[in-house]
Design a protein around this ligand. Sequence first.
Ligand code: SF4
Ligand code: FES
Length: 247
Amino acid sequence: MNLVLKVWRQKNQNEKGSFETYQAKNVSPDMSFLEMLDEVNEDLIKSSKDPIAFDHDCREGICGTCSMYINGRAHGPVKAVTTCQLHMRSFKDGETIIIEPWRAAAFPVIKDLVVDRSSFERIQQAGGFVSVNTGSVVDANAIPISKINADEAFLSAACIGCGACVAACKNASAMLFVSAKVSQYALLPQGEVERKQRVLNMVAQMDKEGFGSCTNTEACEAECPKEIKVSNIARMNREYLTAKLFS
Ligand code: SF4
Ligand code: FES
């Protein structure tokens, strides 16, 4: 396959960026999107040009770092797939592909396609943890958890913190991410200790970071590579109200 790439290039947070055009030649349909970018970068390096900066780590859909907008879609055109697991067979020979970073005030561009998502880390630090007793491991059967709650908590815990929900939302709301984290603990007995304080602290930090409000467009759920449900947002709102009323 031969493709034309229009890639957002930006030196740093303070300089203006713009699109630059590159040719991606002899691309195998079985390559991942990131492998295709690796090849383009090899050519740029060989011609002493600055390679395109993009985030990546696991390349197996679990770390959430390979975040970019591809042809106007977070993580590209295939549903429930991260950029690292997107294959070039999802595109047509001769196609022009537009590649941009996440666009949100709370995710400033560091360079090219790399954005600073430390705001997510600070939200996690505000309450995304549970108290544990040190000592020997508790017998798993000693803490009964209903199958329904266990399954729901597992689905919420699948959030990889990629930020696609923020990028897809016209308000740059982080409600889907934060609600997945709140739900993961609210559904399990281990999360009871900090339950009220957790939701209050995480929401306060989310607001402090400058994320927008949720207006129920559900673009976040549509673009989430882990198919996190907006029902988590409803759960977080209930948790928040209860915590406010009884704290
Ligand atoms: S909720 Fe989905 S889109 Fe948002 S950070 Fe988690 S995995 Fe990514
Ligand atoms: S590189 Fe880890 S999810 Fe894509």
